[in-house]
Design a protein around this ligand. Structure first.
Ligand SMILES: Nc1ncnc2c1ncn2[C@@H]1O[C@H](COP(=O)(O)OP(=O)(O)OP(=O)(O)O)[C@@H](O)[C@H]1O
Ligand SMILES: [Mg+2]
Length: 507
């Protein structure tokens, strides 16, 4: 079969960074072709060149047997190349439908006015195909990250693409939503659409990919069939070294002193009467399905959202937390799952972002910013977390997705909180860096920090947690010792509805 896309010897440099170095890739109609590689390997860059977002410095692009020059996203669309970007690219104040049809809105009879009704209908049709229940008129800013991601996908589907690039499309999706997406991918495949699929989730790749191309440091490593290539082989190709496995030794922390206690936390319909304690030196895992209220609980404790009811105690003393600043002043940190909106100032540089939550420490005489100290700390964390950046002065928005996530982590590590909530800490992070982060969290706990992690990946919860709390529909439905926890036990608790209690709640 003739490939629909062939990329040969592509080169692309950004000031100081060689993102692509003789990269290669070919894509067949009707295949799902996975692109794998560590954070910063060049996956997104390669696909942005194909989608006309970046101009290549060198190399050739062949589309449908002809050499082409793709000089803009519009040119890519005209060829039938669609892309779902890794970082959401939506306008928060516009509705879902408006976002999908931005720049090509259907017009009324005279072509003067945007036909809102036609746009809504068309969006609705795509949502139905995706099995997505969502009012197309909802402003995107009011949607959860998962729903925003679904809108991005709907947007890509609204073009009748022959090539569809998905850059970590499932990062924020729950299992059902992933299943819906895979069903749509199956349909597209059978229509001959060629799909590029970028993900760090190995299980997904195994389920969906026909072939895999591995990249490392902007270079092409190999293209192999998915079904017959062992995962270990792929990982070795990706990282070029052996990975250190972290063991969870399940220390018994039940006797440790309680650092944080939350009692009866209630916030809207998402968090209902949740109580828990967090002890010094322990890693407490919060498990549950997406939408179970874990993020909302953490945000309420952290003061990011107001409480309807409930009390928080730090080291046995009742505290009043009305804002994230209050929380931080009591030694509580929260790494948001949504780095773009809450975690990072993406227009500022790496060092500044790392120092941002700890600025006080870098003021001398309460006035002068100690730039040298900021630089030194920046350098320390860039090294410790292996953040791939040309320098501490690089703007964060120019880093790869996974490296941005590492900066959020560095920022809170530096803040030196005694309690740290990590919300989906390894989302979008490659296997090698994941292992590093697991090791780091275990070290932090061993040093006496109290750590809570929220993760939708059960293997991660099981590998990390000394103790597991499970939530369902805003309530804590069970607790398991880390040693006893299994996927089955967690899933049981995660789907246990509290019918009687619900019936008593006014709605
Ligand atoms: N606009 C830009 N300006 C400067 N450097 C950039 C820019 N875009 C990407 N880079 C750099 O190019 C390299 C490749 O980045 P890319 O985003 O392609 O990685 P990736 O493989 O998609 O990683 P991830 O898995 O973290 O998303 C990285 O070192 C990144 O910092
Ligand atoms: Mg990327």
């Amino acid at each position: 079969m003739q490939p629909i896309v062939i990329l040969r010897n592509l080169g692309k440099s950004f000031a100081g960074v060689r993102a692509l170095d003789r990269a290669q890739f070919d894509l067949l109609p009707g295949e799902v072709h996975a692109l794998m590689g560590e954070n910063g390997a060049g996956k997104s860059t390669l696909m942005k060149v194909l989608a006309g977002v970046y101009r290549k410095d060198s190399g050739e692009i062949e589309f449908d047997g002809r050499p082409v020059d793709i000089e803009s996203p519009r040119a890519a669309q005209a060829l039938g190349i669609g892309i779902i970007h890794q970082e959401l690219n939506l306008m928060n104040h516009l509705s879902a439908a408006q976002n999908i049809f931005i720049g090509r809105e259907p017009r009324g009879a005279l072509g003067l006015f945007v036909d809102e009704e036609a746009m809504r209908r068309e969006a609705q049709r795509i949502f139905e195909r995706m099995n997505l229940r969502l009012d197309p008129r909802t402003p995107v800013g009011e949607l959860t990250v998962a729903k925003q991601q679904m809108v991005e996908i709907a947007k890509a589907l609204s073009f009748d693409s022959r090539v569809l690039i998905m850059d970590e499309p499932t990062a924020a999706l729950n299992n059902e939503e992933v299943a819906d997406l895979f069903r749509i991918i199956g349909q597209l495949k059978s229509q001959g659409v060629a799909i590029v699929y970028i993900s760090h989730k190995m299980d997904e790749l195994q389920r969906i990919a026909d072939r895999v191309t591995v990249m490392r440091d902007g270079q092409y490593i190999a293209t192999v069939p998915m079904a017959t290539t062992p995962m270990d082989t792929l990982i070795a190709m990706m990282v070029g070294r052996q990975l250190a496995e972290v063991e969870n030794d399940f220390p018994d922390t039940s006797g440790h002193e309680i650092v944080l206690e939350a009692r009866g936390i209630t916030r809207g319909a998402m968090v209902r009467d949740a109580s828990f304690v967090l002890r010094k030196g322990e890693i407490l895992g919060f498990a549950g399905l997406m939408g179970a209220g874990r993020t909302e609980l953490a945000r309420a404790v952290f003061g990011a959202d107001a409480l309807d009811a409930g009390e928080v105690f730090v080291n046995g003393r009742k505290v009043s937390i009305r804002s994230p600043e209050d929380a931080v002043s009591h030694g509580i940190g929260y790494l948001s799952e949504d780095r773009k909106h809450f975690g990072l100032a993406t227009g500022m540089d790496v060092e500044t972002n790392i120092a941002l939550a700890s600025m006080k420490r870098f003021l001398s005489l309460g006035f002068f910013v100690d730039q040298a100290a900021i630089e030194a700390e920046g350098r320390r964390y860039v090294k410790q977390l292996a953040i791939k950046t040309p320098s501490g002065r690089q703007q964060v928005r120019l880093l790869s997705g996974g490296n941005q996530q590492k900066i959020v982590i560095a920022k809170w590590l530096l803040r030196d909180c005694s309690v740290l909530f990590f919300d989906e800490p390894t989302r979008g992070i490659d296997v090698g860096a994941k292992a590093e982060i697991y090791k780091l969290l275990h070290t932090l706990a061993a040093e006496g920090k109290a750590i809570a992690i929220i993760s939708s990946e059960l293997p991660e919860i099981l590998r990390m947690s000394h103790r597991v709390l499970v939530m369902c529909e805003g309530r804590i439905t069970g607790e398991l010792a880390g040693r006893e926890a299994t996927q089955e036990k967690i899933m049981q608790l995660a789907t246990r509805r509290q019918a009687t209690a619900d019936a008593a709640m006014p709605s």
